[in-house]
Design a protein around this ligand. Structure first.
Ligand SMILES: Cc1cc2nc3c(=O)[nH]c(=O)nc-3n(C[C@H](O)[C@H](O)[C@H](O)COP(=O)(O)OP(=O)(O)OC[C@H]3O[C@@H](n4cnc5c(N)ncnc54)[C@H](O)[C@@H]3O)c2cc1C
Length: 388
């Protein structure tokens, strides 16, 4: 059994001043009123172009983000690497329909794939597919709505951009994780990702889809996807997450009058999440599993499944991952035991990373017990260091 309470290992990459900053940050984030006000202020400041970097950069940005560019993330990559924790650099710019912004995001993602191919401590590249497609087209294509001529053009452009990225990943032998976001776009994205797997996963697992297990239909989808991969002889790469947009999804389903795609309760999400891990490990001859979670039970459960199936701790078909700035006690203790661990390290200019930071702030306020746990562990480690 892994001792996630071992804060000496969990925080070994953190200096005393890092811990003090983290304590201040998590105390602030535990107050829902402050987070709510912070969100309103940040959104208002952004809409009128008021600079917020001075407030955000030394605090929440420094804690959750690697830096503004790939090069500026290198010190973070190296510190993690010293403790056998790998990094995945995630260019965290949210989707836009502007062709110039799309092209520059594409070039940046190509650079991140290239960088990963040259850096031992970066085992994967990652991107958000919505950064490369027109949102209206993605929505229409996902419900099989008739497409106008311009939608058809956008659909072809989207396919071509995702193909360019996956082709680069294939040529450079860098596995690439394709994130999941809104339910409204996902059906078309799933279709394109499947095409990419058929094209690039014949010899090894290069392309990974993301399954949000808070969706009622994802366990069945997983089983169908693995069956298709088996029939068609390609490898299946899957990143599991519970899902970050629950409130938004529920609200949209109600507003648009369709069935809520999200599970009725947390227990159902947990049940399907863990069942998906089990099913994947049982199909490890063609599956590579990426366990993206801060949930201690799901992390530990995967280690147990590996043991039951005689899978080596460092088998390259099983990965554990947490977000940079969160749940180091899981990442560092797993890495210490010899498991494959990689932190998602977001990067990008302060202004562009703000929506990501707002999500982290909200997650650390609203997810039951989470801030309490981070804070408790930080205080425990400070006390341990004082009494040393
Ligand atoms: C490496 C990594 C990559 C990620 N990539 C993505 C991504 O591509 N797309 C994405 O959407 N998210 C992504 N996330 C975020 C993730 O979806 C979760 O929001 C976050 O990790 C919290 O879930 P958890 O498994 O860590 O833990 P927990 O704290 O155990 O679970 C919280 C989650 O449970 C679910 N939940 C909570 N209450 C209920 C309820 N009442 N009913 C149903 N479900 C409920 C929600 O999904 C909630 O976020 C990523 C996270 C990590 C660590």
């Amino acid at each position: 059994m892994i001792d996630f309470e071992n804060t000496e290992i969990g925080f070994k990459s953190k200096s005393n001043s890092d811990l003090r900053r983290a304590e201040f940050l998590f105390k602030t984030l535990s107050n829902p009123s402050i987070v709510k006000l912070g969100k309103i202020f940040t959104n208002a400041a952004l809409s009128i172009g008021f600079p917020v970097g001075w407030a955000v950069k030394p605090t929440v940005y420094k804690h959750f983000v690697g830096g503004e560019t790939i090069e500026k993330c290198q010190p973070v990559v190296e510190v993690l690497g010293q403790h056998n924790v790998k990094a995945i650099l995630d260019y965290s710019v949210e989707g836009t329909d502007d062709p110039e912004t799309i092209e520059s995001a594409l070039e940046e993602t190509q650079r991140s794939i290239d960088n990963a191919s040259r850096e031992n401590n970066i085992p994967f590249a990652v991107f958000k597919p919505t950064a490369f497609g027109d949102s209206l087209m993605l929505q229409k294509a996902s419900v099989d709505s008739p497409l106008s001529e311009s939608d058809k053009k956008e659909k072809a452009l989207f396919f071509d951009r995702i193909d360019r990225l996956c082709k680069t990943a294939f040529e450079k032998k860098v596995p690439v994780l394709i994130d999941a976001e809104d339910y409204a776009f996902q059906k078309h994205i799933d279709h394109v990702v499947e095409e990419m797997m058929k094209k690039y996963n014949r010899e090894e697992t290069i392309v990974f889809n993301t399954l949000q297990m808070y969706r009622k239909d994802r366990l069945d989808f997983l089983k169908e996807s693995i069956a298709k991969a088996r029939t068609d002889s390609y490898y299946y790469g899957v990143k599991f997450v519970r899902g970050a947009y629950m409130e938004k999804e529920r609200e949209r389903a109600e507003r648009m009058g369709y069935e809520d795609p999200v599970q009725p309760d947390k227990e159902s999400t947990d049940r399907d999440y863990n069942a998906a891990l089990k099913y994947s490990v049982e199909n490890l001859d063609i599956v590579t599993v990426f366990n993206g979670t801060h949930n201690e039970y799901s992390s530990e459960y995967l280690t147990k499944l590996m043991k039951e199936h005689n899978i080596n701790k460092d088998d390259k078909r099983v990965w554990f991952s947490q977000l940079y700035g969160m749940s180091d006690h899981i990442s560092f203790n797993l890495a210490e035991e010899g498991y494959n661990v990689a932190k998602y390290v977001p990067y990008g200019p302060v202004k562009h990373v703000l929506p990501y930071l707002i999500r982290r702030a909200e997650e650390n306020t609203s997810v039951k017990g989470q801030t309490g746990r981070e804070l408790k562990l930080i205080l425990q480690e400070k006390k341990r260091r004082r009494n040393k």
